[in-house]
Ligand binder design. Structure first.
Ligand code: ZN
Length: 74
């Protein structure tokens, strides 16, 4: 049998605004949605964070984001 029982669909990628930790050996980052203000510190190392962008899996912990995009029927 060579049928594909499972359909493998490409994971949706969402382009989001982020804060990126400026420390080289720290992977800290957060979504801008979750932060308030123009500057933030990394929650892990307290370094300054810079504005950035990321592509992330739209199905992982981005429910509010994807919901807003798919139920925009107002
Ligand atoms: Zn950091």
């Amino acid at each position: 049998m060579s049928y594909y029982n499972k359909r493998v669909e490409p994971l949706p990628q969402e382009h989001i605004d982020t804060w990126e930790c400026t420390k080289d050996d720290c992977n800290g980052w957060m979504r801008k949605n979750f932060s308030i203000g123009e500057s933030v510190q990394c929650p892990f190392c307290n370094s300054d964070m810079k504005s950035g962008t990321r592509f992330i899996n739209g199905l992982s912990n981005t429910a509010p984001y994807t919901k807003a995009a798919s139920s925009n029927t107002k």
